[in-house]
Design a protein around this ligand. Sequence first.
Ligand SMILES: [Zn+2]
Length: 259
Amino acid sequence: MNKNFILKVMSLCALLILFYCEDIPEKIIEEIEPPKAGVILSFDDAYIDEWYDTDQQLKKYNWKGTFFVCKINTLRHSKIKKLQELQKEGHEIAGHGLHHYNAAAFLKDHSIDDYLHQEINPMMNLMNFYGFKITSFAYPYGARTKQLDTFLLKKFKIIRGRAFCEESASQQNSYYDHSKLVYSFSVDDTHEHFNLTHLLNLLKFAKKNDKILILNSHKTVKNVTGDYQTKNATLEFICKYIQSNNMKFYTLSDLDNLN
Ligand SMILES: [Zn+2]
């Protein structure tokens, strides 16, 4: 074997070792560093026109939302186009069932296979046809079963239920904890556990402890006229808090990349 060849092999090995060693610290840092404190703003059902208008107002905060859409088969083309535009801007479009069934009630007299065939598969097919990349799902009414969680996690990267309501921010289970099943806290105005003081405490807790707070809303409005409505002013309050506290907006699917 000639000397030059041996020298070349040795220097190649040295280079590989160097690259390998340089890689290690970065990987370790990634695993150790907690995610930056932030918020997931999610929206349920099919209030496309209202969400689109809200986006016009909140764009200046560089915000990101996750829109869980149900009844996609009933939406007019103009609404599909608005959803496509939202996705293009970096918001996430996600699944909320074709019919908006209460899964726990449905499964009392149907099989999981029935649920998937009626509620999930046709929704996925149609949403994929429209170009939506669906990797997250939110249970209508937060109604779920553990067995269904297992099946849905084969189809989705992250699934969302609804949080139990706790008085203390530290007890509220609407923070991401590296599980594929997450729970959200409702910021709808007439939700009995919602008020701005509690919301502020939840945000402060996220900031202080590097947590990601998961919130949900339904119809976004200027003035509240009924249940399942969130004031745009509440959403703006959250955006301002995030901006002034150097926090980050996440979408549900961003969580999958943090694991
Ligand atoms: Zn819903």
